[in-house]
Design a protein around this ligand. Structure first.
Ligand code: BGC
Length: 925
């Protein structure tokens, strides 16, 4: 593979920089800093850095120049913020206009009271603007659906690599591509670029090439797929945007200032390649005998190469891909092989995951190996493709390889992916070893930044299942499942968002999805409309600004219902809370307002009556018991709450007053219509959980409403939950916050029938199913036939971080500028710990019980303050911090119901607390 230099930024100078102004004559250390562009929105970058650990900085400065010499002399000829109190989480560039494709340098410096303490120099490139900065043309070929996909090539010459300053390859092929320089794949992206509404915009990717890979004569090759751009087989007709097309531009910048551009144009050639079938759902067939040699010598022979043609249909807006590309992120080994006779083998990977299998084989020329991928095997040991959606898609996920017969051949599909645990392999000549296949785990390369573990194996197992399911469904967009639909259902996106954000650095990933949501909302079109339930359907003209149920893509499944489209408000809000990102709420304020007004116009006495409801409780949709008007009205209240909160943050007082009033009135209506004052309940587990979590319940009634959840669990559902995706993400939180920790723990740790443990103990689940199989008496023929990887069921997982490990966001100072440490289940578990890599640095919380004492270590990053809720059992409890007893007057308040003593204003650092209950403090410390 071609070596790629770090895509976005390079450290040009770092350690030991001695600066002449106001500095101490000692080592200046390096900070972790970034520069990034949300290229759809503007051409100005945002700078961020981690506050410098251990020292108190008082000033920061950013210099930006188009010349490194200036930066070395501390001259920012394009931008100089001066020594200032800049925002380390996001400082927006406000200097001179940057030019697309040009290289720039930035220097970020930090001072404490005595002088300069840290700095970092970054190199970055301004994104190319389309079409201004593109000289390349969109290319295509004489397309035939039934013929192999094409490869394109171009031979070009280049000066000696010593003379090259930098070289960058820009490429977009909306139906996926692989680019090759001198026969080697460029970069590590797969299934690139991320899916968008291609009739609105597409993303190009940019690769920094290592100049030494460029020779005097070179070949550039592009292999095309169909991808989502030409998905012409599954979910009906009318989904393709067009035949495969691409555009690419190689920029070679010489040290003497000259620049050369190698552009896609009609001098390029094409021929049929080795991929004879490709569909994102159906799979891929690769005939290695048709492989194309991309070497210069081979290309110069011109054997069978035809002239490429200019594409008449292609995306007309292009932006640089700013969200993480999809990559190969891990491996899974084969655990078992079942020999079914007649040369048919089932490979069991022991784990349900998303990606594909790498095949390694010594085959005969023309030997055809067929691999079919599923999540379940049936009672005969054969594959059962129903859970992967065969009844809907009419295809079984299949990869086929036709051997060259030249020694060991290693192959992976390029333009498809599968959700699976088992692979059926046919076409082998001999009994295989497990090495024949290696599972390749594929997802958007968002770094994992959260870790959680505790003493309860059930909880750890739920966390593990949630993680695998999330990983399986971050594929350029948050998908509902990795096989049957692979769609960005908006309802699923808000159900999983908080869990995604606690585990992964998903800021860019979800920001990109918000842009998709805006894009899917942009047209006034005739769309399906869901009435009072899933089966109540009609058609309406969907107004401009209202998103579709599925985002992005031509399969929209209609106008967003209130309970799905609420993602429009919830997602920017969660991104803001998690990252302190004000740009996102500013950017989407108007979109949220349009959404809120649209839904509000449908209210009848403050109630919203249409929607799909609390999707997929254990056992499936026939068990939904929370009435649609309750869930839809609750989400409308949440949306209005978010809107009024953003109006306040942005200083829009008029809107704040208006939506505050609306919020109050809606809550009153909700309580008038749904609150049963005799039973202190809104009727069902989810109804009560939504009302509590969205803060609709009057303060004085909260405990009783939580009690009603417990009653319902025991009286109606045999001691277990019956929440769909809306309730599952909220129930443990509201139980604990309102005095029912025992019940939350009982539900989470239960191991007999009607429990989470049933999912793995009885049904071997390694991911979260579409409807959770928590009861052996449910109709498992139905459950097993539905998807085994649905991340909409992962809503509980964020609470493991916030509720159990106790790492909470403060709404007043979001982005973890202030942390609220508040752990629950401290009387039930013997230990729990979590860490989270915030914008400011590592946040950690780790607690354990030893006899009657509670030991807790926390870590607060630099530039951050914390409020700590210390759990105690008994008024006699003594609390120490870092070995010193904390006197009672230090606690600002004592929450006697939940039994917390609260310490405020802790500054950054590591702390160790011991809470000793009942016994003499002096003896035990
Ligand atoms: C999808 C869900 C989605 C739902 C809404 C299902 O087929 O898999 O995750 O939210 O439809 O109708």
């Amino acid at each position: 593979m071609i070596k790629i230099l770090n895509k976005t930024l390079l450290i040009v100078c770092s350690l030991c920089v001695i600066i002449n102004t106001g500095c101490k004559k000692e080592n200046i250390e390096e900070i972790e800093a970034h520069v990034e562009f949300i290229s759809n929105l503007n051409d100005s970058p945002t700078f961020s850095w981690k506050p410098f650990s251990g020292k108190k900085e008082v000033a920061s400065q950013i210099l930006v120049s188009d010349n490194i010499e200036n930066i070395k002399k501390n001259v920012g000829n394009l931008w100089d913020t001066g020594k200032n109190d800049l925002n380390p989480v996001q400082t927006k560039y406000e200097g001179a206009q940057l030019q697309g494709g040009k290289r720039y340098f930035a220097k970020i410096s930090l001072w404490d009271t005595e002088g300069l303490i840290a700095s970092k120099t970054l190199k970055f490139f301004a994104p190319l603007k389309y079409p201004e900065n593109w000289q390349a043309k969109w290319l295509t070929y004489s397309y035939n659906k039934h013929e192999p996909l094409p490869v394109f090539s171009k031979v070009f010459s280049c000066k000696s690599s010593d003379e090259i300053d930098f070289a960058r390859l820009y490429v977009c092929a909306p139906g996926f591509y692989e680019a090759y320089l001198n026969g080697q794949k460029v970069g590590e992206n797969v299934l690139d670029p991320g899916q968008t509404n291609y009739d609105d915009f597409a993303y190009y990717s940019v690769y920094d090439l290592d100049p030494t890979e460029l020779k005097s004569q070179n070949s550039l090759g592009i292999m095309l797929g169909n991808g989502w751009f030409n998905q012409n087989q599954v979910w009906g007709n009318g989904l393709p945007y067009g035949q495969p097309v691409f555009i690419c531009q190689l920029q070679i910048q010489y040290k003497n200032g000259e620049q050369e551009l190698i552009c896609s144009d009609t001098n390029w050639k094409w021929k049929s390649g080795p991929i004879t079938y490709s569909n994102i759902y159906g799979g891929e067939t690769y005939n290695a005998n048709l492989e194309v040699d991309f070497s210069v010598a081979e290309m110069e022979k011109q054997d069978g190469w035809k002239k490429a043609s200019i594409a008449s249909y292609h995306p007309t807006k292009l932006f640089e891909q700013f969200a993480e590309p999809i990559k190969k992120m891990g491996h899974v080994d084969v655990k078992k092989i079942f020999d079914l006779g007649e040369n048919k083998y089932i490979f069991d990977f022991g784990q349900n995951f998303t990606g594909w299998a790498q095949l390694q084989i010594q085959g005969d020329k023309g030997q055809e190996i067929t691999m079919r991928f599923v999540e379940e095997i049936d009672s005969t040991g054969n594959i059962d493709p129903t859970s992967t959606g065969v009844n809907a898609t009419k295809v079984i996920q299949t990869s086929k390889y036709i051997c060259k017969g030249e020694g060991t051949e290693i192959w992976e599909p390029r333009f498809t992916y599968h959700g699976f645990r088992y692979a059926e392999v046919t076409g082998l000549n001999e009994k295989p070893s497990p090495d024949l296949l290696k599972g390749v785990v594929v997802y958007s390369a968002v770094p994992q930044i959260g870790n959680f573990t505790c003493s309860e194996e059930n909880i750890n197992k739920l966390h593990e299942l949630a993680l695998w399911t999330l990983k399986g469904n971050i594929q350029g967009i948050p998908t509902d499942c990795p096989h049957r639909e692979r769609c960005g259902w908006t309802g699923d996106a808000h159900a999983l968002a908080k869990s995604l954000l606690y585990n992964f650095d998903a800021q860019r990933f979800l920001t990109k999805y918000m842009l998709d949501m805006r894009s899917s909302a942009r047209n006034e079109v005739r769309e399906l409309y869901f009435g009072e339930n899933f089966n109540d359907r009609s058609y309406i003209i969907k107004p401009n600004g209202i998103p579709t149920m599925i985002v992005p893509g031509k399969r929209t499944s209609g106008t967003a219902s209130p309970d799905w489209g609420t993602a429009m408000a919830q997602l920017p809000w969660y991104i803001y809370l998690q990252y302190g990102d004000e740009q996102i709420i500013k950017e989407f304020y108007n979109d949220i307002k349009v959404w809120v007004e649209y839904i509000h116009a449908k209210n009848k006495d403050g109630i919203i009556t249409h929607g799909l409801g609390d999707w997929c409780p254990p056992g499936g949709n026939k068990y939904i018991d929370c009435p649609v008007p309750i869930s839809s009205s609750a989400f409308h209240i949440l949306d209005v709450y978010i809107l009024k909160s953003i109006a306040q943050i942005l200083g829009n007082d008029k809107d704040f007053q208006h939506y505050s009033k609306m919020h109050k009135e809606l809550k009153t209506s909700f309580n008038k219509h749904f609150y049963d004052s005799e039973n202190h309940s809104y009727g069902t587990q989810t109804a009560n959980a939504l009302a509590l979590d969205i803060d609709i319940v009057p303060e004085s009634k909260k405990h009783q409403v939580a009690a009603a959840i417990v009653d319902n669990i025991h009286n109606e559902y045999d001691g277990f939950i019956n929440t769909g995706i809306f309730g599952l993400g909220r129930i443990f939180k509201v139980l604990c916050e309102n005095g029912f920790e025992d019940e939350a723990y009982r539900l989470l740790s239960k191991k007999d029938n009607r429990s989470f443990a049933t999912m793995w103990n009885k049904f071997g689940a390694t991911t979260l199913w579409e409807a959770l199989p928590t009861d052996v008496n449910f109709d498992h023929k139905i459950l097993q036939g539905r998807s085994h990887s649905h991340p909409m069921q992962s809503g509980f997982d964020s609470w493991f971080y916030s509720g159990i490990a106790g790492i909470n966001i403060s709404k007043e100072q979001p982005g973890f500028k202030k942390i609220i440490f508040k752990p629950y289940l401290t009387n039930h578990l013997s230990h729990a710990s979590a860490s989270y890599e915030s914008k400011y640095g590592t946040i950690a919380s780790s607690w354990k019980k030893e006899g009657e004492s509670f030991h807790w270590e926390i870590e607060i990053p630099s530039g951050v303050e914390a409020q700590v809720y210390l759990p105690y059992k008994n008024e006699k409890a003594k609390i120490s911090m870092n070995g010193e007893i904390v006197s009672d007057d230090k606690f600002t308040c004592t929450d006697k119901v939940a039994r917390f003593k609260v310490l405020n204003d802790l500054s950054s650092g590591k702390y160790e607390f011991v809470v000793v209950n009942y016994v003499n403090i002096k003896e035990s410390l």
